[in-house]
Ligand binder design. Structure first.
Ligand SMILES: Cc1cc2nc3c(=O)[nH]c(=O)nc-3n(C[C@H](O)[C@H](O)[C@H](O)COP(=O)(O)OP(=O)(O)OC[C@H]3O[C@@H](n4cnc5c(N)ncnc54)[C@H](O)[C@@H]3O)c2cc1C
Length: 625
């Protein structure tokens, strides 16, 4: 059989990524890899028709998971053609567009009223750290004039009972590959709905948690404040208001609890103070958004804060149709706008399988909070980039360097039962100046409930828990602050089907910040000092993939108009979109840099500040724009 007579099996599936491992399993015969063609966006495998005179049964396999549809039969006639398309005949659980579910709990607490012609004071798009916090806070606060606000929260994802109740503060596996904490399932759950602009960008791990609460369901709960120098590119007013009021309130809301340090942890901090490489650093117990069973060393974590929990508690107080309505499974595809004014929001209702438009009351506002990629996509499909060229530009994730090491039994710091988590920051970095050491240093020793370490013990053993004995794991994580990388961008170049119709599929160009190279020597010096002080042996060092823990920012950056220090932006210091009276953004996309500090506490503080401003009418008063 000549090569010409082969049949090319072609698959086009926009939700796949170029680095996915896609295979064609020929039932009863063998398996071959699909090849991805970046130019056409198609996956190709080849079949020899002569080997299958009666047709053939095939299964497409993605990263080891067979397609949900069961084997496909390719007929003799299909194989006789030069190419056989299998688009639309292949589906994978983790690559479904949006996981649509309508559990009893969802119906009870978030029934929505999609048919209503009600008009809203605020429509919030997305229920994650930014949007979920904002909607909750708005619903808690009297609206202008004292009446309750009419708030609509539109969320693309669902309330998935198993996912939302599975967020326990436990790390031990309960079965092969089954963890009670859904953090471990992030890799499989996080939706990847974008195409990489080039090979470098394809290495990124940007993903969305399309569900009520967004990615706060999967987060690690580290909730530090940003240091003053990390606000260099921010409006001073925002920084000062966060320090004066909103950080305190956000810490209360997200239940940031100071961990009572164990004696082991206290000894670790004392040791760090002796190290020459960290002589000018301050070492502290990390602030975590976790509730503990009692304020004592060794207390067991009882739960992690999430925006879904916040909204559920509101729904429980509020009854079925309170002043906050949550419409799940409503994917926003654009905003309706005219002459600098937004009038409504266009959605696709995945449950009903139809479009719906929701409208604003007089003086109503829309807040986009669909995440750094999601908001950039909605903004661009609404035509905002034509008016504001910075929309979508500069998506940046800070470089994260990870060093993993062992401490062996018999060493001074080995302990089977103790653990410690500390954060170190450079002392002089507290000023509003260019940083000498633009990074944070987190040191984790041991794997223990008390420290809320999400360590997967299997990762360390490669086999089973028993072999952890004799080795105590250690990890150093450096998070490096990064200015926005201007060449990076989210653009809309392709479409994907939403309810059978084409909707925008983002293409992302994301390259690492040069900051990684600039600090490498300093990080190596600290690593050598710390690892040797604790008697460790390094077994792995890596720069984490960009987007791996969802810290990417910048596509709707906040500008600054301080005289002499102006910076152009998409939103102003009030998070209002330039040239628009009633359109705001409240998610990580507004950050004008990627701080060293984990970003969620700062975002929650921004959301609470925006809720207060909107409720008092400070921002939409006539002439305020
Ligand atoms: C594994 C992991 C660990 C992490 N650990 C930490 C940590 O320790 N500390 C920390 O500070 N941060 C951490 N993070 C990051 C943190 O979760 C995110 O920074 C934060 O959730 C971002 O908030 P957001 O509001 O911008 O986006 P999200 O929380 O993702 O919210 C966006 C919401 O918009 C919805 N949406 C998207 N598109 C649409 C649309 N078109 N229509 C309607 N709705 C839409 C999504 O479903 C989602 O609910 C972690 C994240 C992960 C994944």
């Amino acid at each position: 059989m000549s090569v010409d007579a082969e049949c090319a099996v072609l698959l086009r599936m926009p939700t796949l990524r170029p680095d996915d491992h896609l295979q064609l399993r020929i039932v009863g015969t063998g398996t071959q890899d699909f090849r991805y063609d970046q130019r056409t966006g198609e996956w190709t495998a080849t079949l020899d028709p002569a080997a299958h005179p009666d047709g053939v049964e095939v299964v497409v396999v993605l990263d080891g998971d067979p397609q949900l549809d069961g084997p496909l039969h390719l007929s003799t006639a299909e194989l006789a053609a030069p190419a056989c398309r299998i688009d639309g005949r292949v589906h994978f659980a983790r690559h479904q567009d949006v996981l649509v579910g309508e559990s009893h709990v969802a119906r009870h607490f978030f029934p929505g009223d999609p048919e209503s012609t009600r008009r809203y004071d605020v429509i919030v798009v997305g229920s994650g750290a930014g949007g979920g916090t904002l909607a909750y806070q708005l619903a808690e606060t009297p609206w202008r004039g004292g009446r309750p606000p009419r708030v609509l929260l539109l969320e693309a994802g669902s309330y998935l009972f198993g996912t939302h109740t599975g967020n326990l503060a436990r790390y031990q596996p309960v079965g092969p590959d089954v963890y009670p904490n859904i953090f471990h399932h992030w890799g499989a759950f996080g939706r990847r709905r974008w195409r990489a602009a080039d090979a470098e960008s394809a290495k990124a791990r940007i993903a969305q948690g399309l569900n009520l609460g967004g990615r706060t369901l999967f987060w690690g709960a580290s909730a530090p404040r940003m240091h003053r120098w990390e606000f260099r590119d921010w409006p001073e007013t925002v920084r000062d208001e966060l320090y004066d009021v909103w950080y305190d309130r956000a810490e209360q809301l997200t239940r940031v609890t100071p961990l009572v340090p164990s004696s082991y942890q206290t000894m670790v901090k004392a040791k760090l103070r002796e190290l020459p490489a960290l002589a000018e650093f301050r070492h502290f117990d990390p602030p975590m958004a976790i509730e503990y069973c009692g304020p004592v060393p060794g207390a067991v974590p009882a739960g992690i804060w999430s925006a879904a929990e916040l909204l559920l508690s509101r729904a429980m107080q509020d009854g079925r149709f309170g002043n906050l309505r949550v419409h799940l499974n409503h994917e926003v595809v654009g905003v309706e706008r005219a002459a600098g004014e937004v009038t409504g929001v266009v959605t696709y209702d995945h449950l009903a399988g139809r479009d719906r438009t929701y409208r604003l009351a007089d003086d109503g506002v829309v807040v986009l909070a669909a995440g750094t990629v999601g908001t950039a996509a909605v903004a661009q499909s609404s035509g905002l980039a034509e008016d504001i060229p910075l929309v979508g530009r500069g998506i940046t994730d800070h470089p994260i360097h990870v060093v993993k090491f062992w401490m062996r039994q018999g060493g001074d710091w080995y302990s089977r039962f103790d653990s410690s988590k500390t954060v170190s920051r450079h002392l002089t970095d507290a000023a509003d100046t260019d940083p000498a050491h633009p990074y944070s240093v987190t040191l984790d020793l041991g794997a223990n409930l008390n420290q809320f370490r999400f360590v997967n013990a299997l990762e360390f053993t490669g086999a089973n828990l028993a072999t952890v004995d004799g080795k105590m794991p250690g990890e150093l994580v450096f998070m490096v602050e990064a200015p926005l990388v201007e060449q990076n961008a989210v653009t809309l170049t392709e479409t994907r089907p939403v309810g059978g119709k084409p909707a925008a599929l983002p293409t992302i160009r994301i390259h690492p910040s040069p900051r990684a190279h600039q600090v490498q020597d300093a990080l190596d010096t600290i690593t050598a000092d710390v690892v040797s002080a604790f008697g460790g042996e390094v077994y792995e060092q890596l720069w984490a993939p960009l987007g791996g823990v969802s810290h990417e920012v910048g596509t709707m950056r906040m500008g600054r108009d301080t005289p002499g220090r102006e910076r152009p932006g998409v939103v102003d210091e009030d998070l209002r979109v330039a040239g628009h009276r009633n359109l705001y953004v409240c998610d990580l996309s507004v950050f004008p840099n990627s701080p060293a500090a984990n970003p969620t506490l700062t975002l929650a503080a921004l959301a609470m500040r925006l809720a207060a401003h909107l409720s008092t009418g400070r921002l939409t008063a006539p002439g305020a724009c």
